[in-house]
Ligand binder design. Structure first.
Ligand code: SAM
Length: 228
């Protein structure tokens, strides 16, 4: 069943307007009419079954008592990599349950990200992935972080995925977890040491060298497996 998000708070029998993109998708792309029931998640993370009453308004039928959020808040700090890979990484980690995405300008990130339009595009990808996976909330996409900013994205448990590490990842359950993935060329030694000194524990994802996007999806899956 199709899901959308609204910025407003909903209750049974409310009549409200979806945003233009969602309405377009529902009416023009899916060609649905008032007989179709869909889900809308409100600003409180509550989900309701709704239907269209005309070409721009919907009515709330009933509350859907469903929580698809993980007990663990996961923050993915992903180094800037080529945009198609970054978008894939973000889409998949959001489907898996990540709550916050922090693009990171690592020293070896060849991709520059100084364009507001790119951030808007990432937010759109996150919203669509959250709709697709029936999330209760739209995960946050933060502004591009530099090394000195990473401290503020720390959680109760913090990890840096490092391909030269011998210590295979083993994640105890935690209420919040942050992990960092390096760019295509990996972390510079000094950058890696500084991140470790901020309290990020270095972990290996195995002997094989993964692409950054594979590493992020795999790390998220490991956390979800432990903390679901
Ligand atoms: N330094 C490497 C190079 O240029 O050959 C590879 C970097 S890898 C493509 C990109 C990032 O994915 C790494 O910085 C790391 O965060 C993560 N990664 C890839 N394989 C990993 C592994 N086996 N264990 C831990 N992290 C890994």
């Amino acid at each position: 069943m199709q899901q959308y998000f609204t910025d407003r708070e909903l209750k049974k029998d409310d009549i409200f307007e979806l945003d233009q993109d969602s309405l377009y998708h529902l009416i023009k792309v899916l060609r649905k009419d008032s007989s179709y029931r869909f889900r809308v998640a409100d600003c409180q993370g509550k989900i309701y079954f709704c239907h269209l009453i005309n070409n721009y308004q919907c009515k709330v039928d009933e509350y859907c008592d469903e929580n698809n959020e993980l007990d663990t808040d996961i923050t993915c700090i992903i180094s800037l990599i080529k945009s198609d890979k970054l978008e894939l990484c973000i889409q998949k980690t959001v489907e898996l349950g990540v709550k916050r995405i922090v693009p990171f300008a690592a020293r070896r990130s060849v991709v520059k990200f100084n364009d507001e339009k790119k951030l808007i595009r990432l937010k759109k990808i996150v919203k669509e992935a959250a709709e697709q996976s029936h999330r209760n909330i739209v995960p946050e996409v933060c502004n591009v972080a530099k090394l000195k900013d990473l401290e503020k994205y720390k959680s109760s448990s913090n990890y840096i995925c490092y391909e030269s590490e011998k210590n295979i990842v083993d994640i105890p359950a935690s209420d919040s977890i942050t992990y960092i993935i390096g760019p295509e060329g990996g972390f510079e030694d000094n950058e890696y040491e500084q991140i470790c000194s901020m309290g990020f524990e270095s972990v290996s994802l195995g002997n094989r060298i993964l692409r950054a996007e594979t590493a992020a999806i795999y790390m998220t899956s490991i956390i979800v497996g432990k903390c679901q």
